[in-house]
Design a protein around this ligand. Structure first.
Ligand SMILES: [Mg+2]
Length: 258
């Protein structure tokens, strides 16, 4: 991205996903050896329920961040947000591409709130996730600081061997969040497992579709608050398993045994 200001380079260079520091004495490798299966988990409306207030907080902060970054009023900020979200799938991409906004600063500003009082999840999430054998990696289009904070509140941060956030989703100078196949190929290369050993667990159907086209297995976590979440009772051809909770995934996971 030759038209990018130098201040954006930091975002464009870090391909390695974040690894949470483990507080346990057990090496992460021993967890991985229990199964070669790799679970890629989305965050929002997959591991926790955003409808109770987090999306409102992000919405408000993001509009304010656009107003500050571009020095525009609320109406114009809202118009641009919708425009770039529809065109690129993420407001930040439009701001970087058309206005030279520093993506890191914008993402930090748009998620500058304490998620702790707003995080809601199913009961026993940590226990259920622990019972799911295999490596677990987070793959979210949200910023790293926010993702870490939410996982911490959920009490599951240490179960993840790596966190892929939007901070890591830059390829050849462009931010490429899900459902970018280029991003997913990069994730697969890092994982070091063939695609059929990897399961993407997500509420957003277009991300599952892209994963399937690369040969991954897919779990649709149905959430009524997700745009285009698929209100029909059946599942799409590219969805292997459709669940309403991680508990249901635990029950239905046997279909992924080879
Ligand atoms: Mg989601």
């Amino acid at each position: 991205m030759s038209d990018q200001p130098a201040s954006n380079r930091r975002l464009l260079t870090p391909p390695a996903p974040h690894r949470p520091r483990s507080r346990t004495t057990q090496p992460l490798r021993s967890v991985a050896s229990a199964s070669q299966r790799v679970w890629l988990f989305d965050l929002d409306n997959t591991l926790h329920d955003c409808s109770a207030g987090i999306f409102n907080a992000i919405d408000q902060n993001m509009t304010e961040a656009v107003m500050e970054a571009l020095q525009v009023d609320m109406g114009e900020a809202h118009r641009l947000r919708v425009k770039y979200w529809q065109r690129y799938g993420a407001t930040v991409i439009g701001l970087v591409r058309h206005h030279g906004v520093d993506a890191n600063i914008f993402l930090e500003r748009s998620h500058r709130f304490d998620p702790a009082p707003l995080v809601h999840s199913e009961r026993g999430l940590a226990r259920k996730l622990l019972a799911l054998k295999g490596r677990k990696i987070l793959l979210t289009n949200a910023p790293l600081n926010y993702a870490r904070a939410v996982l911490k509140v959920l009490g599951i941060l240490q179960q993840f061997e790596g966190l892929w956030s939007v901070d890591h989703m830059a390829l050849q100078g462009r931010i490429r969040p899900k459902p970018s196949k280029a991003l997913m190929r990069q994730v697969l290369a890092r994982i070091g497992q063939p695609a059929h050993n990897v399961v993407l667990v997500e509420d957003t159907l277009k991300n599952l579709k892209a994963a399937r086209e690369l040969g991954m297995k897919t779990v649709h976590v149905f959430h009524p608050g997700t745009p285009f979440s698929g209100l029909h009772a059946g599942r799409s051809a590219y969805v292997d398993l459709r669940v309403n909770s991680i508990g249901q995934l635990l029950t239905g996971r046997h279909i992924f045994r080879d």
